[in-house]
Each structure stands twice: as structure tokens, then as C-alpha cells.
Design a protein around this ligand. Sequence first.
Ligand code: HEC
Ligand code: HEC
Length: 244
Amino acid sequence: MKTKVVVWLGFILTAIGLAGLFAATAQQRTNAPAAAGDGQNSMQQMMRAMMSGVVPPGVKPNDLPAPASAGAKLVARYCVQCHNLPSPLMHSAAEWPGIAERMFQRMTMCSRMSGTGMMGKMGGVGMKGMMGGTSGNAMMGMMNVKAPSAKEQEIIVAYLKEHSLKSIQPGALPSPRTKGAILFAATCAQCHALPDPRQHTAQQWPQVVARMRQNMVTMGKTIPNAETLRAITEFLQDAARTKP
Ligand code: HEC
Ligand code: HEC
């Protein structure tokens, strides 16, 4: 019990220290005085930067499909509290419910931790589930995380599924035994389900593959060599959608 509190305090102090450091650097960079509430903001910014390896940067609220819909607005509100804004295209309709559920549980846990009584609850809740072994989770507890209501959760899941990545079973690929198909299946299902080649035209695929290469850099995956990427791109172009 005592040791738990000590470890906790360690995490929290580290988090506060890091946030202070980050705020100071951010301030130096912009040369602007800190506005009220900046502590919270810079903590979130730092968190997102630290978490670029799980959700890469680059998606803005207006880039979301149907940006004016209730689902897009809820995603843009709740899903940027710990990491960059995730695109619904990052996962297939089959993958999203499980991932969203994991995120909802985290948000609920963190929202209970933040605010008053955090210290009092530390012993009771237990470190394991809450911390997941990283000081990042301790920071999440301090960021005043809000959790969506049950109704909002339903809207979020429906939105993510509706605008999800179109996936395909490896066996359903055209000419699944060719070198290109095999490299594609091995390379392109590391972060999400295997994408259906028919969701883009031959003209569109090279750009998408180039962006995925960048995602692999950001997310710390092994980068395929140029020849492999060329074989994958050619395979995708052959199997692509023919209508523009
Ligand atoms: C309380 C902090 C927090 C919030 C809020 C949060 N996430 Fe996450 N998210 C995490 C953490 C931590 C990870 C890395 C560990 C993991 O994958 O579970 C992560 C990872 C992810 C990943 C990458 C992992 C994967 O399986 O691809 C996706 C996608 C994601 N979150 C989507 C979402 C969505 C959608 C929302 C809003 C409904 C959301 N997150 C809100 C903490 C959060
Ligand atoms: C390192 C993780 C990672 C790997 C490996 C990866 N992707 Fe992705 N993929 C993402 C992320 C993140 C998104 C959502 C953000 C985006 O679109 O850049 C995404 C989204 C997509 C989308 C939907 C977006 C769109 O523009 O249609 C397609 C299609 C896609 N990936 C194809 C591929 C292909 C093809 C490969 C193999 C060359 C691949 N992915 C490998 C991370 C990855």
C-alpha cells in the first residue's frame, strides 16, 4: 500500500516535471507568454507527441469523413485527449468495436482518476489496470480526461464502422500466390486489416503507399526496401478499381 503510493508519486512528479519542461520549451519556441490553461494544453501536446507511434499525426478534424456529422464531432472531441486524431480509415469495420471498447475503458478509468480524490483512490484502484506499466497512463490521469456517455459511445462506434477501411481476406486477392500479393499481405496487414485493392484506382495507389511508408517510419515498423514497395504498388495497381 505504502509502496504503491510512493511509486505513484514518482510517476506524477515525473509527469509534472516533463510537462513543465515541455511548456517551457514550447514557450521559448513561440516566445509568447503562457496563457491560462496552458499547463493542460501542453500536457496534451506532449502526450500526443509521445504517442505518435500509436496514432501518427496529420489528420485534422476537417479531414474526417462527414466532418459535420455527430460521430465525427465526438471523435474529434474525445479521441484527441491522449494521442493524435485517429482516422476511421485506420481500421476495418470488424476491428473498430474492440479497439473503441479498449479506448472507452481507458477514458472511463482516467476520468475517475482525474479531479478531486485522485490521491485517495490510488490505493483502491490498483496500479496494474490503470497504469499499464507506463508513466504515460499516470499523465492521462492528470489530463482531466472526459469519457463519452453510453449513447455517445454508440454513435462513435457506428461512425468509425461506417467510414472504416475496406479490408479483404488474403485468399480472396486476385492471384494470391504471386510475389506481389505475398509481399502485400505480409507488409500491409501489420497495423490494420489487409486493405482491399479495389478501394483505390491504379493512379491513386502510389500516393497511398508512399503515405503508408511514412506511417511505418512514424510508427516504428521495419521499412520495406524500394524493390518491395515497387512490387506491392504494381500488385495493387493491377488489382485496383478500374472506374475513377
Ligand atoms: C485516455 C487516453 C486515450 C484516449 C482518450 C483515447 N485513446 Fe486511443 N490509445 C490510447 C493508448 C494508451 C494507446 C496505445 C495502447 C493501445 O493500443 O491500446 C492508444 C492507441 C490507439 C490506437 C492504435 C492502436 C491500434 O490498435 O491501432 C487507435 C487506433 C486508437 N487509440 C483510437 C482511439 C479512438 C478512436 C479514441 C476515441 C474513441 C481514442 N483512441 C481515445 C489512449 C487513449
Ligand atoms: C505502420 C502502420 C501501417 C502499415 C504497415 C500500413 N498502414 Fe495503412 N494505414 C495506417 C494508418 C495510421 C492509417 C490511417 C491514416 C492514413 O490514412 O495515413 C492507414 C490507412 C490506410 C488506408 C486507408 C486510407 C486511404 O487513403 O485509403 C489504406 C488503403 C491503407 N492504409 C493501405 C495500406 C497499404 C497498401 C499498406 C502496405 C504498403 C499499409 N497500409 C501499411 C498505418 C499503416
